[in-house]
Design a binder for this molecule. Structure first.
Ligand code: SF4
Ligand code: SF4
Ligand code: SF4
Length: 423
């Protein structure tokens, strides 16, 4: 195994291949607080890529209710339990050890790559710790949907005391999932056919259907369980990051890179996707605070990786749900949770402007600019003064063309009296 630097863990870690990075990396931010669980994203992906025979169980995009939902069922609980079994009681973070190259501090536990050497089964040590879900676990994508966590030990009930922030007693939330197009993909590491590759131009991870022989090592290895087996072709398939759209090949786009189908279709306006520049020597994101994804993840630190402790350095980031008990969120998103929720609850002037760009249009926004507007409201949040400014945010594509212009306050269209009943 080589040693590679994983900035989300704040340390080097073992990985089967040498460290190598693309020019840009496909990345996205999902704001969990805004998701309404409508599954429009899931249907947008399915109706574009996975509607054919043999793909019935393929939900490259799925939205599951936490804590009880999961597709396949219990994928995260099982992966966390395997990690814990391999390295009991040591999956911990030291958040005090933070710095420029370790924004969340340092992870002292084991990753799925490191723990693999501890679990020697009949086949010998594996490259990645993982498991193959049973057919039943793939069968019901909606299990646990909208089921809230209630009082401990009282099944099927909810807390009668009602709910108030900062943490609700009865709670659930929607977790939106696609392939994370990881920096250190577990699927790629495990494939004995070398059928999986990471594109050097945008870091999208793909399975070569010609080389794949359906051994399902990727299905077993991916801790997020995002490769899926297709029985009639006997190959594995996964989210392709809608790469034709990223390449500007969408027919209506006139050559401009467009966000993926699941992003563009999002009704709740929770999704933003883009490309971040990568320093090929270090693997760090190139300093680019005017790129909205860079701004949200690296500068504002309001969006966090999903289960960073697995070690794949996932490129999907989530704004955590404000009402959920912190230990649960800490396990899911690492030690940056408190800071992210604090910043989201009382957003900075810049953050509030950038939030307006979510789903304002379809093309990938490479850069934003903010023009300051007047103060329109003042209040106190958590006892501290907070003000709302009606700033204007402008999004540009990579060539500097203006794509969109939004104000923080939404414009109000008043229907004239003669059209009062015109619907
Ligand atoms: S999420 Fe899974 S399938 Fe996607 S790149 Fe990472 S390891 Fe591979
Ligand atoms: S990025 Fe494209 S392929 Fe991947 S889940 Fe979204 S719509 Fe499906
Ligand atoms: S389309 Fe958007 S709001 Fe609807 S389920 Fe998907 S992520 Fe949530």
């Amino acid at each position: 195994m080589s040693q590679v630097y994983n900035w989300q863990l704040g340390r080097k870690m073992a990985y089967p291949f040498e460290e190598k990075h693309p020019d840009h990396q496909f990345a996205f931010v999902f704001n969990i607080n805004r998701c309404i669980g409508c599954q429009t994203c899931s249907m947008a992906c399915k109706s574009t890529w996975t509607f054919s025979k043999g793909q019935e169980y393929m939900w490259w995009n799925n939205v599951e209710s936490k804590p009880y939902g999961g597709y396949p069922q219990n994928w995260d609980v099982k992966a966390l339990q395997m990690l814990e079994k391999a390295n009991p009681g040591k999956q911990e973070w030291d958040a005090t050890k933070n710095g420029a190259r370790r924004p969340y501090g340092a992870y002292g536990g084991m990753t799925m790559f490191e723990a693999a050497s501890r679990r020697i089964g009949p086949e010998g040590p594996q490259r990645v710790l993982g498991y193959l879900p049973s057919d039943e676990e793939w069968r019901f994508p909606n299990t646990g949907e909208d089921a809230a966590k209630g009082p401990k030990g009282a099944r099927g009930t909810y807390d009668k005391q009602g709910a108030s922030l900062p943490e609700h007693n009865s709670w659930f939330f929607y977790l939106q999932r696609i392939c994370n197009h990881c920096t250190y993909p577990a699927c790629l590491a495990a494939c004995p056919r070398k059928a999986i590759y990471k594109r050097p131009e945008d870091g999208i991870v793909l399975i070569d259907q010609e080389r794949c022989r359906g051994y399902r090592k990727c299905v077993e290895a991916c801790p997020y369980k995002k490769p899926m087996f297709r029985a009639n072709t006997r190959t594995s398939e996964k989210c392709i990051g809608c790469y034709p759209r990223i390449e500007g090949k969408e027919e209506l786009s006139n050559g401009t890179p467009w966000e993926t189908r699941c992003m563009a279709a999002c009704v709740g306006k929770i999704r933003m996707q883009g490309l971040v520049g990568i320093d090929k020597k270090t693997g760090d994101w190139s300093n680019d605070p005017q790129n909205p994804i860079y701004f949200l993840v690296k500068k504002e630190k309001v969006a966090l990786p999903l289960y960073p402790q697995f070690g794949t350095e996932p490129n999907g980031y989530y704004i955590p749900p404000r009402w959920v008990p912190r230990p649960y969120l800490h396990q899911m998103f690492g030690p940056g949770v408190e800071e992210a929720i604090e910043r989201y609850t009382a957003p900075s002037r810049e953050l509030l402007a950038v939030m307006q760009l979510f789903r304002a249009q379809q093309a990938i926004i490479a850069r934003f600019e903010i023009k300051e507007g007047p103060k329109v409201y003042e209040t106190k949040i958590n006892g501290k003064p907070w003000a709302l400014f009606n700033d204007t945010v402008i999004g540009y594509d990579a060539k500097g063309n203006e794509l969109v212009r939004m104000t923080v306050e939404e414009g109000l269209q008043k229907r004239p009296a003669e059209r009062a009943n015109s619907i």
